[in-house]
Ligand binder design. Sequence first.
Ligand code: AMP
Ligand code: ZN
Length: 493
Amino acid sequence: MQLYQEQPIKIYNTLSGTKELFQPINAGHVGMYVCGPTVYSNVHLGNVRTFMSFDVVFRYLKHLGYKVRYVRNITDAGHLENDEDAGEDKITKKARLEQIEPMEVVQRYTVDFHNILNTFNFLSPSIEPTATGHIIEQIELISTIIDNGYAYEVNGSVYFDVHKFNETHDYGKLSKRKLEDLVHNTRELDGQSDKKNPQDFALWKKAEPQHIMRWPSPWSDGFPGWHLECTAMSTKYLGEQFDIHGGGMDLKFPHHECEIAQNEAAKGVSPVNYWMHANMLQLNGQRMSKSTGNTINPDELLSGNNSIFTKAYAPSVIRFFNAQSSYRSVLDLTDDGLLASEKGFYRLMDAVNLLEELKPSETSTLDIKTWKQTCYDAMNDDFNSPILIAHLFEAAKYIHQIKEGLETVSSEDLALLKNTIHRFVFDVLGLENTTKNESGTDKLSGAISVLITLRQEARANKDFALSDKIRNELAAVGIQLKDGKDGTTFSVN
Ligand code: AMP
Ligand code: ZN
């Protein structure tokens, strides 16, 4: 008997707009795809939030005993500026600006992405396919869509015929849009004149002479459309129909809507049974986004090296902060919110550590079995981690009461309490047991601040030998000081 047989989950499905009982296609197995990053710049905390929410989903499904195949791709080609069909490729643009190869850009930011995920204690997905590694599959898919009459070629580019598709299918069913309204609201953009209709989207683009990332195809030397990549990679590893597809809310339209259309056009079936969308992270009330500059990178938050927050925060504090709100709610990253989460996180860790000191009694005055089920009920209700955390705090209260002799637990119940807390805190929420004094980040930034002040004093006294020594010796241990107009900041390599 596996846990999932006793613990049915409900998932909020964007497609139906309701919470549905989760029934995987193959009993005991789950296929899950999440749109990964486009690796043209450092990931910001908004990106991290989405992946973190799905990391908890992955962890909980595994905890329940499902055999999960979790595919999260890397977009390393075909994603154009402003998510549109015209303009420069995001990766090529970065390569041009930095005068390096596009694949150097891809390598650099893929490594950065993986480092950040490790710092935050993410589980690795089962497969992490790249768009450039699946060009053949994408070309095959385009040929099928053309053969089925839902795409057309113009001047070496291939476009999906949204209007033709909508005659027999429902384009807009995921994002709840109507094609008539889209027609009404779309403006004609320069460079899209090849399309029959502005709502059509590119499956294959002929490369301009200066476009470096290009592959031969029956239509032109070119590159695949961004939406097509995810259809090719998800169905290759999970089948024409699979269980869960996730991503940030901003991808619902057009990206995910187009994925549905492509799969229905190519294979005649809707690809995904449960569409899950994580809501956006805001920074001080505004959506976090690279393009507006309202953004903070994980290392800036972890090191305290930023002008937004009063201090550095440990990775598990940030994980805890994220889990304290539902993945479907907007979450605002503020200093007050992080400080409150930090306090709560260490309070929970203190209780977890205190568990080891508890002694069992003959009988229990607490109903640990019922408490345990409330934890499962929370997660079974669309992965409601804030409610789970409320139940974990309830357990923290029990732990103190048992310690003080106000309540008792039998040895069986004590083992159950311990095991349940460990499973949810470490396996499901992915938290790491850092106690405040050991976390290091606060102390490190405090110590570096002292050195920065000493260096400023040395410079004021014209003791440049000492000020250089402080800078160079910090650099030798991987701590870079940067002098800017607002003072000196540091980064840790
Ligand atoms: P991108 O690299 O821009 O394609 O984004 C990677 C993932 O991060 C996608 O699933 C986006 O939906 C998600 N994302 C981007 N901005 C935010 C944000 N402010 N909050 C949460 N998720 C975001
Ligand atoms: Zn995608």
